[in-house]
Design a protein around this ligand. Structure first.
Ligand SMILES: C[S@@+](CC[C@H](N)C(=O)[O-])C[C@H]1O[C@@H](n2cnc3c(N)ncnc32)[C@H](O)[C@@H]1O
Length: 204
């Protein structure tokens, strides 16, 4: 499954920014909100073409990772005029960093695609420092009576085109990965589908 999804993202990498342009009109203000509080050593998981890069405060030390080599190449191009940015080809399910490395971990529209999301979230918990912040801008399955089943029914379309699911239960996956409900704050940005999730990474 991992290779299939990776291939799909490689396939769309060259025109991803064009495909995503309509969404970006709303997403740019969400990205600002997501990243304004990023500080210190920051890990962005699934950095894609690097759309978040312009929104980071200047003083962060950013490491972006993605498992698609084509995405990595494009993101490196976007990062070339910024100091303290590294983009690496790494799988979110096997983050090659020591425990407690990062002050902030960021994801945006990534946990719709990671083939084993619970494993990816466990890895984020591990590499983020105790008391560090994890911020996620993610779309998830709606819990509205009519909408949720429709998202299940049509999930195969985006999954087939570029590897994204529209029916992920990312908040439940956070609980499965060991995050405690009292450390998770969820804000709906669009209906109950696009969410800003803020986590205090308390390691009990
Ligand atoms: C929908 S794109 C979002 C890109 C970017 N975060 C943004 O906001 O525009 C999802 C990205 O996650 C990456 N991805 C999915 N599963 C991954 C994994 N297991 N490890 C690393 N990257 C992954 C894909 O290659 C793709 O670049």
């Amino acid at each position: 499954m991992t290779n299939k999804i990776k291939k799909r993202y490689n396939r769309v990498a060259g025109f991803y920014d064009i495909l995503d342009k309509p969404m970006e009109m709303a997403a740019s203000k969400w990205r600002e909100k997501l990243l304004s509080g990023a500080k210190g050593k920051v890990l962005e998981v699934g950095i894609g073409t690097g759309r978040n890069i312009p929104y980071y405060p200047d003083n962060v030390e950013l490491t972006g990772i993605d498992f698609s080599p084509k995405m990595v190449e494009i993101a490196r191009g976007k990062a070339k005029n910024r100091k303290n940015v590294k983009i690496l080809e790494i799988d979110a399910e096997n983050l090659e960093f020591k425990d407690n490395t990062f002050d902030t971990v960021v994801t945006s529209c990534v946990f719709c695609s990671v083939p084993n999301p619970v494993q990816g979230l466990k890895e984020i918990k591990r590499v983020c420092k105790n008391g560090g912040k994890i911020v996620m801008l993610e779309h998830v399955k709606s819990h509205k009576k009519m909408v949720g089943p429709l998202m299940d029914a049509f999930n195969f379309i985006p999954l087939h085109i570029y590897g994204a699911n529209i029916n992920r239960e990312t908040v439940d996956n956070l609980l499965k990965a060991g995050f405690k409900p009292q450390n998770i704050r969820v804000e709906n940005l669009w209906l109950d589908i696009v969410k800003l999730i803020r986590i205090n990474n308390k390691k009990e």
